[in-house]
Design a protein around this ligand. Structure first.
Ligand SMILES: *Cc1c(COP(=O)(O)O)cnc(C)c1O
Length: 406
């Protein structure tokens, strides 16, 4: 039945006018505040999805709204023919709070990774010659949807039908250092890894494994690239997950939460690597756009505070405790894992392939959750989700499980 205000803007219109590469849920959200969202019918949802680990400060956070609207009245865009104040301030902050000496801005995670992989090849070409061009990555990894990034990614379904794809890419087994030893050589220019595989099912890299990668990279003069697009900006309770691992990469990519919902991404690098991107070697029209940089600056100021990061750990534990209690009652998960507020719940044998059904049932109960493959329910809420919203979300989650049978 048609809505009084906007008669024909509904889910059916998606199928008429949008390329069918997505299959969105039935509800259409209209507005959000904090960790609550309201749809076209005025129905309220608790947001455990956070726009896929993006909405780090929830919806319409006052500091972000004011950063965006202030900048909107000043300067929107100048291109990279000129620099701008918000970009310089944000780069300064990122350099001050990480290992990096230099920053390249992009608009999406895929684009930041594209820059990272190109830089790794260019750096090796500069210092060691054209033979050193191979990239070692991991099965089940996810690095974006451009042709280079899907090829580095370790999920064949994402490159199927897109050949010829870029070459020189090898996939090792995550958390298996011997599998990396078998593939790395002096022809390797970079090893690329997510500290926690997000899309691949929320699987943490062991710290010893990351240390092993660092040692192998050093031994073979290869760069270590951390894709922190999902784990970065406070998600694990550290500003970046590498900070908690004892391993420092040469290049790091950050996106998703960086803009809290405004598209912006960055590649961070040491001076030595960065100098291989000489004038004219790489670029992006919108990269470093003043609007995105102003929002990210405000977001980083909020997130990079000890009390906020400590609360991420505490809130993550509160959710995990609730999930364990639900599991004690319904017995559907064989593993509840992740770090901070990036949580994956893997379904057991009886509940195989039910993640999507649970996500749909949750939406009916007024709860937004995510999945990571057919057997993992993923939770990645706002980093400042109030405890009462956590508890309400967990109640609704229990009701959703009841509505889905194994
Ligand atoms: C989401 C994601 C990407 C891709 O980011 P886009 O902004 O969708 O291009 C890359 N790597 C990881 C680890 C991600 O989670």
């Amino acid at each position: 039945m048609s809505m009084p205000n906007q008669p024909s803007i509904n889910r059916a219109l998606f199928d008429q006018v949008m390329v069918p590469n997505y299959s969105p849920g039935m509800m259409i959200p209209l507005r959000g505040k904090g960790s609550r969202v309201w749809d076209q019918n005025g129905k309220e949802y608790v947001d455990f999805a956070g726009g896929i680990a993006v909405s780090a400060l929830g919806h319409t956070h006052p500091a972000l709204v004011s950063a965006l609207t202030d900048q909107a009245g000043k300067l929107w865009h100048v291109s990279n023919v000129l620099t701008n104040e918000p970009a310089l301030r944000l780069a300064r902050m990122l350099v001050d709070c990480t290992f990096a000496d230099k920053v390249f801005f992009a608009n999406s995670g895929g684009e930041a990774n594209e820059a990272a992989f190109k830089l790794a090849r260019r750096y090796a070409w500069d210092h060691y010659g054209p033979e050193k061009n191979e990239i070692v990555s991991f099965h089940n990894s996810f690095h974006g949807r451009t042709l280079f990034t899907v090829s580095v990614g370790g999920q064949e379904k994402y490159t199927e039908g897109f050949a010829p794809i870029p070459g020189g890419i090898h996939h090792a087994i995550f958390n298996d250092i011997d599998s990396v030893k078998a593939l790395i050589s002096d022809k390797t220019c970079a090893v690329v890894v997510e500290p926690i595989q997000g899309e691949g099912g929320v699987v943490s890299a062991e710290h010893d494994f990351l240390k092993g990668l660092r040692a192998l990279c050093d031994q073979h003069n290869a760069l270590l690239v951390f894709d922190e697009i999902q784990t970065g900006v406070g998600r694990t309770g550290s500003l970046y997950a590498y900070m908690n691992s004892g391993v420092v990469p040469d290049i790091l990519t950050t996106a998703k939460a960086l803009g809290g919902g405004f598209p912006i991404a960055a590649m961070l690098a040491t001076d030595r690597c960065a100098s291989s991107f000489k004038v004219g070697t790489h670029g992006s029209t919108y990269g470093g756009n003043p609007l995105g940089c102003a929002v990210a600056e405000a977001l980083l100021k909020e997130v990079n505070q000890p009390h906020l990061l400590a609360a991420v750990i505490r809130k993550g534990e509160r959710i995990r405790d609730g999930l364990h209690a639900i599991n004690d009652q319904y017995g559907l998960f064989k593993d509840i894992r992740g770090e901070g507020l990036l949580i994956g719940c893997e379904l057991n044998e009886q509940w195989q392939e039910k993640a999507k059904a649970i996500m749909t049932a949750a939406s009916e109960q007024g709860l937004m959750v995510l999945i990571a493959g057919p057997n993992v329910v993923r939770i990645a809420p706002s980093l400042i989700i109030p405890d009462q919203d956590i508890d309400l979300g967990l109640q609704r989650f229990a009701l959703s499980i009841e509505a889905v049978s194994p």
